[in-house]
Design a protein around this ligand. Structure first.
Ligand SMILES: [Zn+2]
Length: 643
């Protein structure tokens, strides 16, 4: 601030008094030697920060900092939860279990819902990412996984085959050579044992033939996935299969000590492998089995024993009958004794593990001792990263940077671990549709596509480099070159890469849905802001006003001024959702999304409007004091009693 400006900003005009601190300060300020010292000190501080702390400093102000910080917090919670997670202490550790469950496959949800979902800048923060290109600096060596598979989680919202027809060529062009296909309730299981488990909107067998053909045409090998121990909510939730639950309260895990369990599972496997006769692998799930060793038949056995016996039995069946190799998720093994796991000789029946983590610090979840244990026990492994469905249960668009960081970290880890294993099969980039079968939808496949494509390009290139953006831009069919703005901040480059506003102009399969998500964030915020303004911020249309029929008629009119506009936006969004989602999903999924995201806002708007109609008719208003709501007394009595 200049002296002149400072003087001009003096709050009052008067001759200088000694008692006026403002004037005193002004006089001091005028002393040149002091000014020079201040400038010098400032310069020294600036140079110090620029040289040594720049990255820390700038990252503090970048959106990703908050994510990373929260992520670490979350991971700590997870670790704490897993440590407590031994023995059948389920009832005592309910909170920890819940924590762990929420966490799985969906890494870092708490902070997303707490700090982000309500954030005004939600979309902007999720999508504007500042990528410091690690490919150009940190990771010089490329590691290209042999198999680069995309996980298609179809549970409870199967995309139309026509959409997959557009999607598969894009996956091929971005370097994918396979798909991990998780049908869950969208596979048309037949027969008395399984037909009850099938969703009404499951694929038909002929649609599955189409999917297989399209995959083949695009050089995509299919690995089907059939859960065989945990995450069997899709049928265990039904009365028909209730008796198979390990714990009646939780329709998540099946009891591995019943013969009818095996009858049902082998029937499922048979149908899946008959539909996929060319598959070399079958993924049999086995992740996140929280209820194990609990039922009367199982409670006298050890959890690790129950788990490993089950895996061995299922994998042996698959090997002997179909000569197909089983893959399991690795997370349950992390808690078991390595020697005990080794004693099961799962490698002799070819069992491969798929090691998954969706964070950017692979070794935090899979520490070196786990890698050593895996290397001694499983000669062939897979890695699994994520492109969506990992950082917030109700997100609309994935955070591209966080997912890219995770994929980059995986390439580095696989490179480091390669010499320890006979073979690293490849990397599967997962994309979860729901956090589990009983949850609502997370990011839809089309809105996760930009994230998927950049992750895939990175894996195919073996490392991230800014040159990939050009290819990305071309594949996403964007109308003009993305503006690669490099901000030179000290020694490092920060790339502003791809922002939401860039991508909404691109034309990729499902880009209408991507645009819908941005429109949703805008309109949703507009509704929230409007209702907040009229019912909370202003004092004439609050719940209290409605309850006691006291308001200013003039203010009602004022409050309703924007109503029609906001409502119009919301209604247009419903139309837009029907069109955009309808191109990709059946009406069940279209309506599920609308009901979940837009219907609550429609209801809130309607309720507000109806209340104003009622209160508008008033021509007389109550005399003060106004009696408190009768119902309030109920709470006060209850609170008093509790004391
Ligand atoms: Zn049991």
């Amino acid at each position: 601030m200049s002296q002149k400006k400072f003087a001009n900003s003096h709050p009052h005009h008067h001759p200088h008094h000694h008692s006026c601190s403002f004037c005193l300060l002004n006089r001091i300020w005028r002393r040149k030697f002091l000014l020079l010292s201040i400038v010098l000190i400032f310069l020294i501080i600036t140079i110090t920060i620029t040289n040594s702390r720049l990255n820390v400093f700038s990252s503090l102000f970048s959106p990703s900092y908050k994510f990373q910080y929260n992520q670490q917090q979350h991971q700590r919670q997870h670790l704490a939860a897993s440590n407590k997670d031994n023995g059948d202490t389920f009832n005592n550790n309910n909170d920890d279990k819940m924590n762990l469950r929420n966490h799985q496959h969906l890494k870092a949800d708490n902070y997303m819902s707490n700090s982000y979902n309500n954030d005004n800048d939600n979309i902007r923060r999720q999508s504007v990412v500042y990528i410091h290109p690690p490919g150009d600096e940190q990771q010089n060596k490329a590691y290209i996984p042999k198999n680069r598979f995309i996980h298609l989680d179809l549970k409870g919202a199967p995309p139309k085959v026509e959409y997959l027809q557009q999607l598969f060529p894009l996956l091929r062009q971005a370097g994918a050579n396979g798909i991990l296909l998780e049908y869950e309730d969208t596979f048309p299981y037949a027969g008395e044992l399984l037909r009850h488990a099938v969703a009404d909107n499951a694929y038909s067998l002929s649609e599955i033939e189409d999917i297989k053909r399209l995959a083949k045409e695009n050089g995509l090998e299919i690995i089907p996935l059939v859960q065989t121990l945990g995450h069997l909510e899709f049928f265990l939730k039904l009365e028909h299969y209730r008796h198979l639950r390990e714990m009646d309260e939780f329709p998540q895990a099946i009891c591995p000590s019943r013969n009818d369990t095996y009858e049902l599972l082998t029937n499922m496997i048979d149908q899946m492998l008959i539909a996929h006769p060319d598959s070399k692998w079958l993924h049999i799930g086995c992740d996140e089995v929280y209820q194990i060793g609990i039922c009367d038949r199982c409670k006298h056995k050890e959890r690790d024993e129950l788990f490993l016996n089950h895996v061995k039995r299922i994998a042996t069946y698959i090997k002997e009958k179909y000569n197909v190799t089983s893959i399991i998720w690795d997370d349950m093994l992390r808690q078991f004794s390595p020697d005990f796991v080794k004693s099961y000789d799962l490698d002799k029946i070819g069992v491969e593990i798929m090691i998954w983590t969706y964070v950017d610090d692979i070794y935090r979840f899979i520490p070196t001792q786990n890698w050593m244990f895996y290397a001694e026990t499983f000669p062939k492994i897979w890695g699994a990263s994520a492109f969506k469905g990992a950082f917030g249960e109700t997100l609309t668009v994935p955070n591209i940077k966080m997912h890219l960081d995770n994929n980059i970290a995986w390439l580095k880890a696989l490179d480091e671990q390669e010499s320890s294993f006979k073979e690293i099969r490849g990397l599967v980039i997962t994309g979860w549709q729901r956090y589990d079968h009983l949850a609502t939808l997370c990011e839809l496949l089309p809105s996760g596509l930009p994230s998927l494509v950049i992750d895939l390009l990175t894996a195919t290139n073996g490392k991230y480099e800014s040159k990939l953006l050009e290819k990305f831009h071309q594949l996403m069919n964007c109308p003009h070159q993305l503006d690669y703005t490099y901000n030179t901040m000290g020694a490092r480059l920060f790339t502003q890469y791809p922002t939401f506003s860039h991508l909404i102009n691109c034309d990729f399969p499902g880009s209408k849905v991507f645009r819908l998500m941005q429109e949703f964030e805008n309109i949703n915020k507009r509704v929230d802001d409007y209702l907040y303004d009229v019912t909370k911020h202003k004092a004439w249309l609050t719940d209290y006003n409605f309850r006691h029929n006291i308001t200013s008629p003039w203010r009602i009119r004022e409050g309703l001024q924007d109503y029609a506009n906001v409502m119009y936006g919301l209604k247009s969004l419903v139309k837009m959702a029907i069109t955009a989602l309808g191109e990709i999903y059946d009406e069940y999924t279209v309506y599920e999304w609308i009901e979940e995201k837009l219907y609550p806002q429609l209801l809130r708007m309607e309720k507000f409007y109806n209340q104003t109609i009622k209160i508008q008719e008033l021509r007389v208003w109550p005399r003060r004091p106004i009696k408190p709501a009768v119902d309030l007394q109920r709470f006060i009595d209850k609170i008093n009693k509790e004391e």
